[in-house]
Design a protein around this ligand. Structure first.
Ligand SMILES: Nc1ncnc2c1ncn2[C@@H]1O[C@H](COP(=O)(O)OP(=O)(O)OP(=O)(O)O)[C@@H](O)[C@H]1O
Length: 731
C-alpha cells in the first residue's frame, strides 16, 4: 500500500529537477540572504518533497543546518564540529532575545521557547521535546545540546544545600551523559557512538525557573550486544575503556593483560574518541560512585570478558556434560575469581540444567548440549550487564533527584531509537518500530489532527491533508482482543516456541483482516510484513517467541546469589522473596519483553500527553557519516518517513506570508550565471555586474519579491490576526 504524499506515490524516487550535484549547489549557493529567506519551510511554495529537499540541500551547502518546519525543527547532521554553532555567546543570544523564534532556526531557539513556556502558565505548562531520527542522525548530540543549554540558563546562583562540596545539580545532570554513553552506547555500522537504549530525561524546575532536580528513564537496552556483536561492530564502549585505559595495577587486578584476546571485544584496534576511561571515571565520581565501587564494577566487567572466552566442545556421550575446551579452563577460573564465586559451581551451572517436576517438585539434572552451554553462558553475561545498567541508572537518579516538593514543573527530553528496517528484523525492531508508531500517533494527535480541527472550527478555507493515520497498524501490533503482541505472549504462556511455521499460520489466520499485515511469499523463512507509517518491514518469526520470553534459567540467578562480590550481592540479593521467585518462576506467569516494553511506553505516553510537545527531526545526510555530504536519496527517505511534507503543508496554512519557491530558484540561477562568467576574476559579469554590485542586485530582487507579495501579505495578515485573535487579545 504505497502512501500518498501530496499526490506523489511514495517510493523514494529522486525527482528529475534535483539534478544539481552537491558541489554545484555548494559553489553557487553560499549567499546568506537567500538561504535565510527559507528559514521556515512553511514559506516554501509549493510544498512538495522536491522543494523541501532542495531547500534543505541548498541550506546544508551553505552551512545552515537548522530549518523550521512548522511545529518541528529539522536538523541536518553536519558530521563535523562547528564550534561557533554552540558557543556560550550564542546560547546567551537566544536566551536574551525578545523573540527567540525570530532568530535563525536553532536547537537553542526550541530550548529557549520551551523554557519560557514553563513560565507562561498556559496549560499544559510542562513541556516535552521529542528528538527523533535514524541511527547517526544526531539525536544524542541534540539532546546533549539541550541539556547544556538548560544547565547554563537554569543554573541556580546558590550552591546546593549551601554545601560547596556537593556537586551542583547541573554538573551532575551533564555528567550522567558520559556514564550512560560509556555503558549504553557502542560503535555500530551506522554510528560510532550509537545509543543502544532509549532515554527520557526530565529536567525539573522550581518557581524561580532553576534546575533543582532531574530523573532519567531508560528503555530496552540492547543487552544481547554483551555476548554478540555483528561483524565490524563493537561491544559497549566501557569494555574498550577498561582494557585501554586501566593502569598497570588495575590490569593486574582485573586480569586484563596487554595483548590478551577476548571474543567479546571485537575490533579493539579501532580507536574512538569515546574510549575515554578518564572522562567516565570522573563523571562517575561526580555522581557519587566512589573509586572502590568503580573498581568493583570494572572487575565484574573484566569477569564478563573472561566468561566470553569459555568455549565448550561437544560431548560424545549425551549423558555426559560438555567439557570446556583446553584453553578455556583457565578462563573458567579467572571468571570465577573476578566474580567471586566457585569455579566448579560456575562450570556446573553452565553445563547442567536443573529441572523441577512433578507434584513432589522432584529435581532432575540434565547435561546441556554444546549450544545450550553457550546460550547459558551468554545469558549469564546478559543478565549481569542488564542488572548493572539498571543499577547505574538508579544510582544516577538518586544523585540527581530531589523531593518533588522542591520543584514544580518540568521539561522532558526524549531521545529514542528511530524507525529500523534491516534485511533481517526480529523482536527488537518490532519493539523499536512500535515505539515509533506510538510517537507518530502522538504527533498526529497533538499536531496534525489538532491543527486541522482548529482550522475547521474557525471556518478557515482549507483543503484537508490526508495524513497517514496509523491506528490500524497499532491495532495490529498491540490492540485487543488479538494482536501480534497478544499472540506472542500466548505462545510464551503455552511454551510453544519451536514450531515457527505454525506460529506464522496463526498470525495470518487471526490477523488477516488488518490491512497492515502481509507476508513475503518468496522468502523461505517464516515471516510477516507490517506496513508501518514509515514503510514496510519484514519480520522473521524464527526466534521471536524465545526472545519475547527472554528466559533466565533459575540456576543462573542462584549461582549469582552465591557470589561473595559486594556489587553482585547488591544486584542479586538473597532475599526470601527472591528465593521464592526463583522457585516459582517456572510456574508463574511470565512477564514477557513486549508486555514490559508496552507498559513502560504507555507510562511514557501518559507523561508526554500531559505536556506541550515540541519536535526535533534529525536527518542523516549520508550513510557514511561523512562531513558535508548530502545524499538526496537518503534524505528523501527520511523526510518521507517522518511525514515532514504533511507537517509543513498543514503548518503553512497558519502562516500568512509564503515565498514562491520560484524566487529561490531564480536567485540561484542569477548567482549561477554570474559565477560561471566571472569565476575568480572579480570582473563585471555578462549582466554588467561587478561582484560588489551583485549582492546589491540580489537584495533588490529579494525586495521586489517581497513587494510583489505585499498585497497577499496584507490579506493574509488579516487572516492571521483573525486566527490568532486570542493571542492578540491577550497582548
Ligand atoms: N550538530 C552536530 N554537529 C557536529 N556533529 C554532529 C552533530 N550532530 C551529530 N554529529 C555527529 O554525528 C554523530 C552521530 O550523532 P548521534 O550519536 O547524536 O546520533 P544518534 O541519532 O543519537 O544515533 P543513535 O540512534 O545511533 O544513537 C556524532 O557522534 C557526531 O560526530
Amino acid at each position: 500500500m504505497p502512501k500518498q504524499i501530496n499526490g506523489q506515490k511514495k517510493g523514494s524516487v529522486i525527482p528529475n529537477d534535483l539534478s544539481d550535484s552537491f558541489e554545484e549547489v555548494k559553489a553557487f549557493l553560499s549567499d546568506e540572504d537567500t538561504l535565510h529567506l527559507f528559514d521556515d519551510l512553511t514559506k516554501v511554495n509549493p510544498v512538495t518533497t522536491t522543494t523541501v529537499l532542495k531547500c534543505l540541500q541548498a541550506r546544508y551547502a551553505g552551512n545552515v543546518f537548522y530549518t523550521n518546519a512548522g511545529c518541528s525543527l529539522v536538523t541536518v547532521n553536519p558530521f563535523q564540529p562547528i564550534s561557533s554553532l554552540y558557543s556560550p555567546e550564542l546560547m546567551k543570544e537566544y536566551h536574551a532575545a525578545l523573540r527567540p523564534q525570530e532568530l535563525k532556526p536553532h536547537v537553542f531557539a526550541v530550548a529557549e521557547q520551551t523554557y519560557r513556556n514553563v513560565q507562561s502558565q498556559i496549560e499544559p505548562v510542562n513541556q516535552s521535546i521529542i528528538v527523533s531520527g535514524e541511527s547517526g542522525a544526531g539525536k544524542t548530540w541534540t539532546s546533549r545540546c539541550l541539556m547544556k543549554f538548560y544547565a547554563t540558563v537554569a543554573a541556580s546562583t546558590t550552591s546546593p544545600k549551601g554545601n560547596e562540596m556537593v556537586e551542583r545539580i547541573e554538573r551532575r545532570v551533564l555528567d550522567s551523559n558520559p556514564v550512560m554513553e560509556a555503558f549504553g552506547n557502542a560503535c555500530t555500522l551506522r554510528n560510532n557512538n550509537s545509543s543502544r537504549f532509549g532515554k527520557y530525561i526530565q529536567l525539573q524546575l522550581n518557581r524561580s525557573q532553576h534546575l533543582t532536580s532531574a530523573s532519567i528513564q531508560t528503555f530496552l537496552l540492547e543487552k544481547t550486544r554483551v555476548a554478540y556483536q555483528a561483524p565490524c561492530e563493537r561491544n559497549f564502549h566501557i569494555f574498550y575503556q577498561i582494557t585501554k585505559g586501566a593502569t598497570k595495577k588495575e590490569r593486574a587486578e582485573w586480569k586484563l593483560h596487554k595483548g590478551a584476546n577476548f571474543f567479546w571485544l571485537p575490533n579493539p584496534e579501532k580507536d574512538l574518541e569515546e574510549d575515554c576511561f578518564g572522562v567516565t571515571r570522573d563523571a562517575m565520581f561526580h555522581l557519587g560512585i566512589d573509586c572502590s565501587t568503580q573498581n568493583n564494577i570494572f572487575k565484574v566487567l573484566a569477569g564478563l570478558l573472561h566468561l566470553g572466552n569459555i568455549q565448550f566442545s561437544s560431548s560424545i556421550d549425551e549423558s555426559q556434560p560438555c567439557e570446556p575446551e583446553d584453553d578455556a579452563k583457565g578462563f573458567v577460573k579467572t571468571t570465577a575469581d573476578l566474580l567471586k564465586m566457585s569455579a566448579e559451581e560456575l562450570l556446573e551451572t553452565l553445563r547442567i540444567r536443573t529441572i523441577t517436576a512433578g507434584k513432589q517438585q522432584q529435581v532432575f539434572k540434565k547435561p546441556c548440549s554444546r549450544s545450550d552451554c553457550e546460550t547459558r553462558r551468554d545469558c549469564l553475561a546478559k543478565v549481569i550487564y542488564a542488572k548493572l545498567f539498571d543499577w547505574l541508572v538508579s544510582v544516577i537518579n538518586e544523585s540527581i533527584y530531589a523531593d518533588s516538593s522542591t520543584w514544580g514543573n518540568f521539561i522532558g527530553l526524549l531521545d529514542v531509537y528511530g524507525f529500523e528496517s534491516f534485511p533481517e528484523n526480529n523482536l527488537e525492531q518490532l519493539c523499536i518500530n512500535y515505539a515509533n508508531e506510538k510517537l507518530q500517533q502522538h504527533f498526529v494527535a497533538h499536531y496534525l489532527k489538532a491543527q486541522q480541527e482548529e482550522y475547521a472550527a474557525e471556518g478557515l478555507e482549507w483543503s484537508f491533508i490526508n495524513y497517514q493515520d496509523n491506528q490500524s497498524c497499532l491495532d495490529l501490533i498491540e490492540g485487543s482482543p488479538v494482536s501480534i503482541f497478544s499472540l506472542l505472549n500466548e505462545e510464551c504462556r503455552l511454551n510453544r516456541s519451536s514450531n515457527v511455521s505454525l506460529f506464522q499460520t496463526r498470525i495470518e489466520k487471526t490477523l488477516s483482516d488488518n490491512e497492515c499485515i502481509s507476508r513475503d511469499k518468496f522468502s523461505k523463512k517464516p515471516n510477516f510484513i507490517i506496513s508501518h507509517y514509515a514503510g514496510k518491514v519484514c519480520y522473521q518469526v524464527e526466534g521471536m517467541v524465545e526472545k519475547n520470553k527472554d528466559p533466565i534459567p533459575p540456576e543462573l540467578i542462584q549461582l549469582l546469589q552465591t557470589s561473595q562480590d559486594s556489587l553482585l550481592q547488591t544486584l542479586f540479593p538473597r532475599t526470601e522473596e527472591s528465593q521464592n521467585h526463583v522457585k516459582t518462576q517456572n510456574r508463574a506467569a511470565i512477564v514477557t519483553v513486549v508486555s514490559k516494553f508496552k507498559g513502560s511506553l504507555e507510562r511514557l505516553m501518559q507523561i508526554l500527553n500531559s505536556t506541550t510537545p515540541h519536535y526535533i527531526r534529525c536527518i542523516k545526510p549520508n550513510a557514511d557519516c561523512k562531513a558535508m555530504t548530502f545524499k538526496k536519496e537518503e534524505v528523501l527517505c527520511q523526510l518521507e518517513a517522518c511525514g515532514i511534507v504533511e507537517t509543513i503543508t498543514i503548518s503553512a496554512a497558519g502562516f500568512p506570508i509564503r515565498l514562491s519557491f520560484q524566487s529561490f530558484t531564480e536567485r540561484y540561477e542569477v548567482l549561477r550565471k554570474s559565477r560561471t562568467s566571472n569565476k575568480n576574476t572579480g570582473r563585471a559579469d555578462e549582466n554588467g555586474l561587478s561582484p560588489a554590485k551583485k549582492k546589491k542586485a540580489l537584495l533588490d530582487i529579494a525586495a521586489a519579491i517581497l513587494l510583489f507579495l505585499l498585497p497577499f501579505a496584507h490579506f493574509s495578515v488579516g487572516v492571521f490576526f483573525q486566527r490568532n485573535k486570542w493571542d492578540c487579545d491577550a497582548m
